[in-house]
Design a protein around this ligand. Sequence first.
Ligand code: NI
Length: 176
Amino acid sequence: MALLKILEVPNPLLKKKCEPVAEVTDEVRKLMDDMLETMYDAPGVGLAAPQVGILQRIVVIDVTRDNEPKHPYKMVNPVITAHSEETLMHDEGCLSVPEQYAPVERFETVTAEYTDENGQKQTLSADGLLAICIQHELEHLEGTLFIDHLSKVKRDMIVRRVEKERRWKNSHTEEE
Ligand code: NI
């Protein structure tokens, strides 16, 4: 397995719509394993393929806590097929928008259909953090980030902060 480089805003690849995966091959399985390793290392609870520069409809999710057994989901071509009427506001972050958080409105429960790593169709009904994470990750496949739910002023401010932080980190690594 290998750690992948996570793209950050304002990388234009994060704004692209992703292509469906034709077949779950060994290459796709390796990508999902690498994405999970990268996500656990970050650490984060979800990662979509465009965040590592691959414009395919693939996401990995694991919302378990450190002291719980891992429960990863590897999803190929996922779609939300049903959702609750009820919504909630939840503070979200994203590995492509590091260390920035803002409340986003999401459906309380969702049902998702996807193909798993064995090429089997799966249906998953979720609530809580898992439901929020599914909605967040699936939006990545459309080129939509959580900050796209915010006002332009707020979004621009967050992107500027991320760029400033990145410049600061880069200049300090060079000195070492
Ligand atoms: Ni994200």
